[in-house]
Write a protein that binds this ligand. Sequence first.
Ligand SMILES: *[C@@H]1O[C@H](CO)[C@@H](O)[C@H](O)[C@H]1NC(C)=O
Ligand SMILES: *[C@@H]1O[C@H](CO)[C@@H](O)[C@H](O)[C@H]1NC(C)=O
Ligand SMILES: *[C@@H]1O[C@H](CO)[C@@H](O)[C@H](O)[C@H]1NC(C)=O
Length: 332
Amino acid sequence: MYARVFYLVCLLFQLAHGANFYDRDENILELTPSNFERVIHRTNYTTLVEFYAPWCGYCQEIKGPMKSAAKMLSGLVQVAAVNCDESVNKQLCAQNRVSGFPTLMVFRPPKIDLDNPKKNSNVASSLHASEVYKGERKTRPIVDFAVSRVKNYVRRLNRYSRFEEVFKSARTQYAVVLVSKKEKIPTVFKSVAIDWLGIYDFYSVWDQKLKGVSQLDFENATTQWPNTIKYLRSLENAETDFESPKILVLDRKSDTFEELDLLKTTDKTDIASFLSRFEPKPREGPLSKRHEYIQSVANKSKSKKTNQNRKAKQGKKHKTKSQPDLPVDDEL
Ligand SMILES: *[C@@H]1O[C@H](CO)[C@@H](O)[C@H](O)[C@H]1NC(C)=O
Ligand SMILES: *[C@@H]1O[C@H](CO)[C@@H](O)[C@H](O)[C@H]1NC(C)=O
Ligand SMILES: *[C@@H]1O[C@H](CO)[C@@H](O)[C@H](O)[C@H]1NC(C)=O
């Protein structure tokens, strides 16, 4: 009984303020027709969108799980919401065939073919495919579903012979290689590959597969890339060193390399700063123009606030976004 009264009071409060559910959430973008297309469809990221109505009970229930899911997905999958009760948004909800609340939908970008860049102008302008989420309305299943829809552009070096491509591909000057003791490619690395899509080539190698790298015997490897080959051999021999995963940037032209120790940081902004020493700007994510745009969309909905909220925000202002709180089996 009291719970119901409390709920009604909350509801009235919200109606009175015309508030969206996630205006104050730093990880969820409240969208409108003026930004929906650009945020959702003009990106190589996957997006999770909740279409909701503030008065609906199931929407109230999913609010908590959505907030935790968005926190875990930060930097990996975009998370957005559309308040279908706002008259300005009604058409948008109808266009997306939203027939009940809440509707959770994942928008998946088309696959980019990195070997045929000319084809991609069409791909980049096509709409993302939408898929309704029908699983449990709990944090973990929502996160797992969204993560499973992330595109992977990281090539796995699961045989020494594949190393040949790392040196010889003419797609980009630099190859970025994750060396880790886990076989699975972590989603955060997939997201970094999306940020720099077509700018760097991305690879991952499970340290066990480094054993034998000294057998690299493709044509002229040791004479053409003596420094890099020597370095890879040293990794092969450093049996105990592999507590710490690394990101290597190999310059194919000059046979030089640099490494970032991921024990020191896995923050996406730090990774982007490291990578921008070689090629200045990512397409998306920290340090990109696109990121500024996304920030401005976030700021717009976040500024629709009462004085009280503004104060609450100032207190939190300097909290930097740290490493996403990844599912355990997804850590580096
Ligand atoms: C997605 O990646 C392709 C290939 O690198 C690129 O041409 C396109 O601009 C990217 N899209 C965005 C929004 O950055
Ligand atoms: C390998 O080395 C030989 C002799 O140095 C050279 O003639 C040949 O072009 C090289 N091959 C490649 C693929 O670089
Ligand atoms: C968004 O807001 C933050 C903090 O309030 C500010 O530092 C940043 O410059 C704003 N960004 C844009 C693109 O408006």
